[in-house]
Design a protein around this ligand. Structure first.
Ligand SMILES: Cc1cc2nc3c(=O)[nH]c(=O)nc-3n(C[C@H](O)[C@H](O)[C@H](O)COP(=O)(O)OP(=O)(O)OC[C@H]3O[C@@H](n4cnc5c(N)ncnc54)[C@H](O)[C@@H]3O)c2cc1C
Length: 246
């Protein structure tokens, strides 16, 4: 789990996440949209914004892609209705920097982590030791396997221990350990694909978001994959994948 969760991969979220990442803060971004928007809601970046973003280096990168619009004219049937002069607004940036929103977002996202897309944040609750963030995941989410461990120890997350205070800080690996014979760790998340001895708990909402398999199946899976393998989490299998899995 990251130290900071930014909700929303809009311009503000990505700028904040990039700034935190540049300062060495462990940050994640949760975004409900499954893909970046193609439209433009920020075609013009104005002088105050350019000035505010200058210390972070973002302005220089934006200007490398932008057309500098110094004045605009409104016309109707050949008649000039009005003129806007942006050059009068700022000595440092006497223009509006114009570029497609996708380009703006790419510049802002340069130092930010890749957002987790399809993750809609439902709850943000202050807690004595941090903030509880609950998100529902829609569509596909991908992670890479970051570690594979045999009979791993289990450290119940603080949030789980709060809900279930009888849980220990650490449970040593073994047959009674909920992670079973093998755990495949998914990125930096708290989620794992893991084994269990208790087949009755498979396919039910008994875990806190992990993926449970029998010890035999997870051991077989671990032989077929490796650290770096991409895992795609889906709500349901499409027809072709369901047939392969049958
Ligand atoms: C038609 C139009 C034209 C505009 N033109 C300009 C312009 O020319 N220049 C300019 O500077 N500004 C312009 N704006 C304003 C600019 O688009 C906004 O100021 C800017 O997008 C705000 O950025 P934001 O990151 O705060 O919010 P947003 O861009 O709205 O981003 C918020 C993100 O958070 C996500 N989100 C929301 N709730 C959740 C949740 N519960 N869980 C997970 N994700 C969530 C959303 O999906 C979204 O991606 C325009 C706006 C509109 C509507």
């Amino acid at each position: 789990m990251a130290d900071v969760t930014v909700v929303g991969a809009g311009p503000v979220g990505m700028l904040l996440a990039g700034d935190l990442a540049r300062r060495g803060v462990d940050v994640e971004v949760l975004e409900r949209r499954p893909a970046a928007g193609g439209g433009s809601r920020a075609i013009g970046v104005h002088a105050p914004v350019l000035a505010a973003l200058e210390p972070s280096g973002v302005t220089e990168r934006l200007l490398a892609h932008a057309v500098r619009v110094r004045r605009g004219e409104a016309r109707s049937r050949g008649r000039t209705l009005g003129v806007v002069r942006f050059e009068a607004l700022s000595a440092r940036f006497p223009f509006v920097a114009t570029l497609p929103q996708a380009a703006t977002e790419a510049v802002l996202a340069a130092d930010a982590p890749e957002p987790v897309r399809g993750a809609k944040v439902m709850t943000v609750l202050p807690r004595p030791d941090g903030v509880l963030v609950r998100a529902g995941v829609r569509g596909r989410v991908t992670e890479r396997i970051s570690r594979i461990a045999d009979w791993p120890d289990w450290h119940p997350p603080a949030e789980m221990r709060q809900r279930q205070p009888y849980l220990p800080v650490k449970m040593t690996g073994g047959v009674y350990n909920p992670l079973g014979a093998k755990a495949l760790y998914l990125g930096n998340s708290l989620y794992r694909i893991h084994g269990t001895d208790d087949a009755r708990t498979i396919g039910r909402a008994t875990s806190s978001g992990c993926f449970r398999m029998t010890n035999g199946h997870v051991t077989d899976l671990a032989r077929r994959v490796g650290v770096g393998t991409t895992v795609v989490v889906v709500n349901r299998l499409n027809g072709r994948m369901a047939r392969v899995g049958d």
